[in-house]
Design a protein around this ligand. Structure first.
Ligand SMILES: [Zn+2]
Length: 136
């Protein structure tokens, strides 16, 4: 494990998108998503439900707990992440249902498996608030 954080020479545009509220909530240590009034939670958060087209402007705070749904160890990464290799990338199924992709920190790949309990940890990456999974 390393405390080194990825750096990028590219400006990050996502804070200006329709899900700007997600990043503002993250900066307040809240892991949130939007909810469609007909279909339920959406991930990633969207202002319009991709299934039924309804406006999804209700923000829900997620517990951030769940379990590993799938995982891999990345050995060859994009330039910004190269200093972190090898690192663990997982799809986590949150207790509320959404499947979320994030790096896993504070764990060894060989100690993880499908079903391992994890939780979201909010932290800085690329000088903005971001999130990773850590063992629960
Ligand atoms: Zn919907």
């Amino acid at each position: 494990m390393t405390d080194q954080q990825p750096q990028t020479p590219y400006p990050l545009l996502y804070p200006e998108t329709e899900i700007k509220q997600f990043w503002e909530n993250l900066a307040k240590d809240k892991f949130t998503t939007t909810k469609c009034p007909k279909c339920g939670l959406l991930w990633p958060p969207k202002s319009t439900c991709p299934k039924c087209g309804a406006k999804a402007d209700e923000w829900i705070e997620l517990a951030g707990t769940g379990e590993i749904y799938a995982l891999t160890q990345v050995g060859y990464a994009p330039p910004a992440y190269k200093p972190l290799t090898p690192y663990i990338l997982a799809v986590g199924q949150l207790d509320e249902g959404p499947l979320v992709v994030a790096r896993v920190e504070d764990a060894k790949f060989e100690d993880l498996k499908i079903g391992t309990k994890i939780k979201v940890k909010i932290k800085k990456a690329f000088d903005v608030d971001s999130y990773v999974f850590v063992p629960a």
